[in-house]
Design a protein around this ligand. Structure first.
Ligand code: COA
Ligand code: AMP
Length: 633
């Protein structure tokens, strides 16, 4: 069947569509119905089913005779090592770790934070939680202790599983001191921490609280898979919202299994035994869906890559991995390709490798710019598929579903809505706009299986942030348009979220940190265009009247403050001191207008501006730090 038929088939009978997709999953008790609308506009899926995620991602493949196949390949150019783990080995390792967690009291529904770099043990920890029905929350390694502390207090984990260190090019990231500091800062204290000691750094354990990964598992009974109900939370993943308090996106178990399994074939054209690689990090949603769960549920081989697109050791690393492990479908962020393109503009390094296994390249996480897509098309000679989704949805809202049908690629568009998503572009009043007209992108409720049913501990916030502006719809926070052929174009965020190197960051959170600096009276952070990272944050600081400290010193302190409190991943390096901020008469800071000035774009003088002269001052301050950038040819 072709895409259109499948999409229309879903629309005509969503219940039938998802129950058919559910047949790809092993159930302890199969669902008798798909959607549960009892709490509408909050929806659940497959609530009457009993299932276990780890069984579907690991054990069932061993039972089916795939035990000898590689489940995970760890490829680490940073440590110069490659290691494979078969499904049978993975089953043993996960069952043992789960047994150890159970022996220390971890049960269904308990939360476990995982704070680990790109090593197979991170996936094993996720799967061990899934085996017990414990709810994991993975925290990205590039966040500072304070961010980890916020997550500890929000999801109140009984245990934390961490590694002694992460490895960035030329720098060891000392995870353990960050973890200790986070626990000290948090009000909630975990019962115990399990520390995986890496060869590169052995961390000091705190007696009575910390236990080493291997010691922890010594002599324990392996655990079997614990059945959970379909709506049981599989995990919580925190993502940036408009404030400093991150949103805990909840993922329900059964929908997650059904949807990811469906996408592996329909979107990524992956069957059991194929090799799939998503070059992201387990700390992000791409890592959850497509490094860990999706490929394993499908019985494919997944690659855990500990390296960077460039510098580990060169811009040919990605191609080496694809060649050596015979990757069939490859998923990365446009920023990674821009980094490679910058070092190897002609794609000369690509010719050093045999990429015959590669059938398609998938891009997501940020807008894919036409130059980068064309570069990849020219040099890789495979379909380059942009697809659009979010932490909240867990899988693609719009894509070109190669496993169903290769639709014509329109550069600049992540193609068309996937079954499950009735995507509409709305005006401010919530009315659908004609094709070609810009508006807020919303999805008609209910969202499909695998998407968030709510936010952890914050149902009101869930309703306010996503369901209130356009009743009957989920508000994506993205703006764009649909063309006559139903292709979507994602143009910008409608909130204060920016996208830095494919990482989603909140400018509001940065402003909260900056306003704690003793010299800062008021501030604003915006995203400005960056050739490599897509966007980078830029801060405007208004200093207290009495402050007479040199501006460069205050700026340096502010840069350090964000690094200390949010983390290096915020990439906050640019700021300027201004006398005042442009505001509307009601006091709202005109961030979007400042962003346009910084990017050298045309802007309309906002009708409600309090004092238009301030925009001139802002432009002067920006010029002093080199903005707008001179565009390279
Ligand atoms: N643990 C600790 N620190 C981390 C980290 C991690 N897991 N990941 C990144 N950082 C740090 C980096 O070391 C860097 O610190 P620095 O300021 O001391 O140099 C900072 O966070 C910013 O990192 P990054 O965004 O990776 O920028 P970069 O300049 O080091 O590299 C790219 C640029 C384009 C190569 C890199 O951003 C990249 O590979 N992007 C792909 C992004 C991606 O896959 N996103 C997934 C979303 S789908
Ligand atoms: P995250 O939750 O970190 O995955 O970030 C989701 C946001 O990234 C989306 O809401 C978009 O703003 C942006 N995004 C993701 N994929 C794309 C894409 N293919 N094109 C444009 N923007 C994207």
């Amino acid at each position: 069947m072709a895409y259109r038929e499948i999409y229309d088939g879903w629309k005509a009978d969503p219940e039938g569509f998802w129950l058919a997709a559910a047949r790809g999953i092993d159930w302890i008790q199969a669902p008798t119905r798909a959607l549960n609308p009892d709490q509408a506009p909050l929806y659940e899926w497959f609530t009457d089913a009993q299932v276990n995620t780890c069984w579907n991602a690991v054990d069932r493949h061993v039972e089916a005779g795939r035990g000898g196949q590689l489940a995970i390949i760890h490829d680490s150019p940073i440590t110069h090592s490659t290691k494979g783990i078969t499904y049978a080995e993975l089953q043993q390792r996960v069952a043992l770790l789960a047994g150890a967690l159970r022996a220390k009291g971890i049960q269904k529904g308990d939360r476990v934070i995982i704070y680990m770099p790109m090593i197979p043990q991170a996936l094993e920890a996720m799967l061990a939680c899934a085996r017990l029905g414990a709810i994991h929350s993975v925290v990205f390694g590039g966040f500072a202790a304070q961010e980890l502390a916020v997550r500890i207090d929000d999801c109140t984990p009984k245990a934390i599983i961490a590694a002694s260190c992460g490895l960035e090019p030329g720098r060891v990231v000392h995870y353990k001191p960050l973890l200790d500091k986070a626990i000290e800062l948090a009000d909630h204290k975990p019962d115990f921490c399990v520390i995986f000691q890496r060869e590169e750094e052995v961390a000091k354990l705190i007696e009575g609280r910390d236990v080493a990964w291997h010691t922890f598992q010594y002599g324990v009974e392996p655990a079997e898979c614990v059945p959970v109900s379909g709506d049981h939370p599989a995990y919580i993943l925190y993502t940036s919202g408009t404030t400093g308090q991150p949103k805990g996106v909840v993922r329900a178990t059964a929908g997650h299994l059904v949807a990811l399994n469906w996408t592996m074939k329909a979107i990524y054209n992956i069957d059991a035994g194929d090799v799939f690689w998503a070059a992201s990090d387990v700390g992000w949603v791409v890592g959850h869906s497509y490094i860990c769960y999706g490929p394993l549920i499908a019985g494919a081989t997944t690659i855990v890559f500990e390296g960077k697109p460039v510098g580990t050791p060169d811009a040919g690393t990605f191609w080496r991995v694809i060649q050596n492990h015979k990757v069939k479908s490859f998923f990365t962020a446009p920023t990674a390709l821009r980094a490679i393109k910058r070092e190897d503009p002609e794609g000369a390094l690509i010719d050093d490798y045999n990429l015959r296994s590669l059938q398609a390249l998938y891009l997501a996480g940020e807008r894919a710019d036409p130059d980068t897509i064309r570069w990849a098309q020219r040099n890789l000679r495979v379909p380059v598929i942009d697809h659009w989704w979010q932490t909240e949805t867990g899988w693609a809202i719009a894509a070109n579903p190669l496993g169903i049908e290769e639709l014509p690629v329109k550069i600049g568009s992540p193609s068309v809505a996937m079954p499950g998503y009735d995507v509409q572009v709305l005006d401010e009043g919530g009315h659908p706009v004609p094709a070609g007209t810009l508006g807020a992108i919303a999805v008609k409720l209910p969202l499909p299986p695998g998407t968030l049913p709510t936010l952890w501990n914050a149902e009101d916030r869930f309703r306010k942030a996503y369901l209130t502006q356009f009743p009957g719809y989920y508000e994506t926070g993205d703006a764009g348009y649909v063309d006559e052929d139903g292709y979507l174009y994602i143009m910008a965020r409608t909130d204060d979220v920016i996208n830095v190197a494919g990482h989603r960051l909140s400018t509001g959170a940065m402003e909260e940190v900056l306003s704690n600096h003793p010299d800062v009276a008021e501030c604003a952070v915006i995203g400005v265009a960056d050739e490599l990272k897509g966007q980078v944050p830029l801060g405007f600081l208004c200093l207290n009247k009495g402050s007479n400290r040199p501006h460069d010193v205050v700026i340096r302190e502010c840069v350090n403050l964000i690094r200390d409190q949010i983390g290096p991943v915020a990439a906050f390096k640019l700021a300027c001191v201004v006398d005042r901020l442009p505001k509307t008469r009601s006091g709202k800071i005109l961030r979007a207008t400042m962003g346009k000035i910084a990017d050298g774009l045309d802007y309309k003088m906002p009708a409600t501006i309090d004092d238009p002269a301030i925009l001139g001052e802002i432009a002067d301050s920006l010029r002093a730090i080199g903005y707008p950038l001179q565009k390279s040819a």
